[in-house]
Design a protein around this ligand. Structure first.
Ligand SMILES: NC(=O)c1ccc[n+]([C@@H]2O[C@H](COP(=O)([O-])OP(=O)(O)OC[C@H]3O[C@@H](n4cnc5c(N)ncnc54)[C@H](O)[C@@H]3O)[C@@H](O)[C@H]2O)c1
Length: 211
């Protein structure tokens, strides 16, 4: 495993590379050039080469990259050799969509428990996933050894819920709420903000056409 820290943008691209390489392997291809990879994943080849260089020289000039080797390597980087159970907190509009989605493109991540305060939904099973009341949250997270939580609660309770999950040892939060939650330094928060993404898209279209 690589012990140094790679840039966040590179880390984000790893799973894009991984998914495409998996497709190549499934279709029987055993080698790929950075140009081919670049066209398929829409990342320029210089960036791909730079990304790969963080992990040492993985390709050979004139040969390209060995798909199986790359996959094996990225699989380790992405911890694809084990299943990561995550929990969802907040089973409202967004939460339901996330339960339905449940990372179906990945065999290595799945939502195994969901939590809510709404008694209409607690005690039910949604898309195969049990929805527990918040009173059971700490016990279930510990029992299921869940270290990653998806936060889809209203913004006004996001910090309170965050404090509670951090207390039971959650180390990663995928935060869909608009609140930038405060966490201890050893907890990582990844914010997902569709409004921001859309505004960025509009900004680029307005200012640069499409470039
Ligand atoms: N990041 C994005 O792109 C994006 C997109 C849509 C919504 N959101 C945000 O996601 C969050 C959820 O949105 P929604 O439309 O699903 O809202 P919603 O009101 O439909 O769902 C919220 C759910 O959280 C539950 N809840 C309330 N207080 C709770 C608590 N203390 N503990 C546990 N559960 C609790 C509610 O019972 C409800 O089921 C909001 O913060 C919203 O702003 C983000």
């Amino acid at each position: 495993m690589v012990e140094f820290q790679i840039p966040q943008a590179t880390a984000k691209r790893l799973s894009i590379y991984y998914r495409y390489l998996q497709l190549l392997l499934d279709s029987g291809k055993d080698r790929v050039s950075s140009t081919e990879l670049s066209e398929a994943v829409k990342v320029d080849s210089a960036t791909i080469r730079r990304d790969f260089s963080y992990f040492g020289a993985l390709g050979k000039r004139g040969y390209g990259y060995d798909v199986r080797n790359l996959l094996e390597f990225f699989s380790k980087q992405l911890n694809q050799d084990r299943l990561t159970n995550v929990a969802l907190i907040g089973v409202g509009n967004l939460g339901h969509a996330l339960l339905k989605f449940n990372f179906h493109q990945s065999n290595h991540v799945r939502i195994s428990a969901a939590f809510d305060v709404n008694q209409d939904i607690t005690g039910t099973i949604q898309n195969g996933i049990p929805v527990y009341p918040m009173e059971d949250m700490k016990e279930q997270l510990k029992l299921q050894q869940i270290e990653i939580v998806i936060l889809a609660v209203p913004a006004n309770v996001a910090q309170k819920v965050t404090d509670e999950i951090v207390e039971v040892g959650v180390r990663g939060i995928l935060n869909f709420t608009p609140l930038r939650v405060t966490v201890p330094t050893d907890v990582r928060v990844q914010n997902v903000d569709l409004t921001n993404e859309m505004e960025t898209l509009i900004y680029f279209l307005d200012h640069f056409g499409n470039k």
